[in-house]
Design a protein around this ligand. Structure first.
Ligand code: PGA
Length: 254
C-alpha cells in the first residue's frame, strides 16, 4: 500500500498468553513476517512475558511494546512497572490510556498525559488510545469526546515528541465486539483527530503523526480500513493472539 506515513500494526495481547504460549506465538510471527520491510510491526505481551519475548524477537523486524506503565520512575507503588524497567527489556513502545484502563482503572486524561511525558523522557514511544462509547456517539458527542481526550492526553508535549507519539482511535463500541467502524466512520474520526493536531501543533507536525485504528480489526476488514488516507495502522486485540490472523492482517496492508 502506498501511504503518506509508514503503517504501524501492533498486537495488543491484553491479559492473554503465558510465557510458554507467548513464545510459541512470537516464534510463528517472526517466521511468517520476516520478509515484511515497509510496515512497522509491534507486539505488546503482558509484562510477565516481556523478557522472554524480547529474547525471542532478537534481531527480527518485530518491535516490543508494553500495555501500560507507571507515571512514577521508582518508589513505593505496589504492582506498578516503571519506564526504566521496560527499557531494560528492550521495550520500545507503550500503550497508554487504553479504554480498558480508562474504564476499569478510572485513568483520566491528566494521568495519560503525565505517563506520556514520562515515556518520552525514557525514549519510549507512546501509543495513546482515544475513542468514544456507543452512547456518546449516539448522542452526537463523538467529536467533543475525542477533542477532550486528545487535548487532555497530549498536554505539555513538544512538536518533536508529538511526531514520535502514536494515536490509536479505538471506538469503545468496536473493541472486542466484532463490530468494526465502517471505513467512512474511521476516516472521519481520524481526519478529525489530525485536524485537532493541526490546531494544537501545526500542519507539518500533524502530517507526520501516525493514527492507528483499533476495534475488531480482522483479516477481512484490514485492507479497507488501512487504505483510508488518515488511517496509518492498526491496534489489534483479539486477532493478534493467533499467528495466522495477525499475519494475514499485515499481509493485507502490504
Ligand atoms: P479488539 O481489541 O481488536 O479485540 O477489538 C482492540 C484493542 O482493544 O486494542
Amino acid at each position: 500500500m502506498n501511504k503518506e506515513r509508514n503503517l504501524i500494526i501492533a498486537g495488543n495481547w491484553k491479559m492473554n498468553k503465558t510465557v510458554a504460549t507467548a513464545l510459541a506465538l512470537v516464534n510463528d510471527l517472526t517466521l511468517a513476517l520476516a520478509h515484511v520491510t515497509d510496515v512497522d510491526l509491534v507486539v505488546c505481551p503482558p509484562f510477565t512475558a516481556l523478557s522472554e519475548v524480547a529474547k525471542a524477537l532478537g534481531g527480527s523486524n518485530i518491535r516490543l511494546g508494553a500495555q501500560d506503565m507507571s507515571e512514577h520512575n521508582t518508589g513505593a507503588y505496589t504492582g506498578e512497572i516503571a519506564a526504566e524497567m521496560l527499557k531494560e527489556l528492550s521495550v520500545r513502545f507503550v500503550i497508554l490510556g487504553h479504554s480498558e484502563r480508562r474504564q476499569y482503572h478510572q485513568e483520566p486524561d491528566a494521568l495519560v498525559s503525565r505517563k506520556t511525558r514520562v515515556a518520552h523522557a525514557a525514549s519510549l514511544q507512546p501509543i495513546i488510545c482515544v475513542g468514544e462509547t456507543l452512547s456518546q456517539r449516539e448522542a452526537g458527542h463523538m467529536e467533543q469526546v475525542l477533542e477532550t481526550q486528545v487535548r487532555g492526553s497530549l498536554t505539555g508535549l513538544h512538536k518533536s515528541q508529538m511526531v514520535e507519539t502514536i494515536i490509536a482511535y479505538e471506538p469503545v463500541w468496536a473493541i472486542g465486539t466484532g463490530q468494526t467502524a465502517s471505513t467512512e466512520q474511521a476516516q472521519e474520526a481520524h481526519a478529525f483527530i489530525r485536524g485537532l493536531l493541526v490546531k494544537l501543533f501545526d500542519e507539518a507536525t500533524a502530517r507526520r503523526v501516525r493514527i492507528q485504528y483499533g476495534g475488531s480489526v480482522r483479516p477481512s476488514n484490514a485492507r479497507e480500513l488501512l487504505s483510508q488516507p488518515d488511517v496509518d495502522g492498526a491496534l489489534v486485540g483479539g486477532a493478534s493472539l493467533d499467528a495466522q490472523s495477525f499475519t494475514e492482517i499485515v499481509k493485507n496492508a502490504i
